[in-house]
Design a protein around this ligand. Sequence first.
Ligand code: AGP
Length: 371
Amino acid sequence: SAAEKGGFDWFMRKEIYEQPRAVADTLLGRYDSDGALTLDEIRISEAELRQIDKIVVIACGTSFYAGLVAKYAIEHWTRIPCEVELASEFRYRDPIVGPTTLVVTISQSGETADTLMAIRHAREQKARVLAICNTNGSTIPRESDAVIYTHAGPEVGVASTKGFLTQLVACYLLGLYLAQVRGTKYGDEIATIMHELEQMPALIQQVLDGIQPVLDLASEFADEPSVLFLGRHVGYPVALEGALKLKELAYIHAEGFAAGELKHGPIALIDHQLPVFVVVPPQGRDMLHDKVISNIQEVRARGAKTVILVEEGDEEVTPYADVLIRLPRVSTLLQPLVATVPLQVFACELATRKGHDVDQPRNLAKSVTVE
Ligand code: AGP
């Protein structure tokens, strides 16, 4: 009913608007006044966490994309090698895991069969398994050694939204916690990142408050047969997520690419007026930002219609943007928390305009409990 949806047309839209609160709830109580991260639910001892020599993240769909973001953060902060693998591929290739491997599994529902089978396989190989999950008491956390609950509240829409953003937060918390335990980051560095994480609910709200241009864009693009999404670094998983949302809700062909891969093939797809969304990393010391600007110039020169997600105050890209979507200024690693939101809204709105059932897209189930 409309009341259950809090006055929104879809659970998905309601859940998109719940994200500031959901992210705040994921962060709640993790950080004490002495500036130490405490992840109470982790039942793996600090001594064991110091022995870990490899992390393998296993998940499906949107949760897999959260895992791709986690890899960038965890390796950067902890220097522990981190692989990310689709749960449906993991156990069929005789993966190398053992007692010093930390398997991190990400599942909103906690009931995804592919993921469950993968962690069972990992535990048979004696790996320690930590679940990032939104559903208390579900099967995956029950069969894991440890759990970080995301506390996003029930997610009803088949498309994951607040589930994804809170998974990202849990991954950041895990990365920082491991860095704290292993001493690869100092307390003040962790404090700086935690402080920025604590700003996120307000910044996500800011994105939602300025969402009207994205809604307008959805009506303009409702008849497009194909849309591309590009990003680099953590913007790459954001591009993949933007494309998945469009496929599952609007039934539009969409692809996410690492922008640097364009020249290795996908650039041949660029055609007159093809919509291409690009996530621009924050302006910083590294070359990433400028590389993405060149990628935008390349697709624009070949006729693409460019929709550019870029931080406020960055005007370098303006000459190459047909549409600008402004994002709050945040650090590179945390940018997915703000950059994903317009893409969720875009897919939700476009599917609405096309008359689709946004909460229950065709052929999909909320939790995929068969392999
Ligand atoms: C996301 O919008 C999808 N519906 C789907 O990819 C989902 O993320 C995937 O099935 C994994 O689900 P889980 O997080 O509940 O394990």
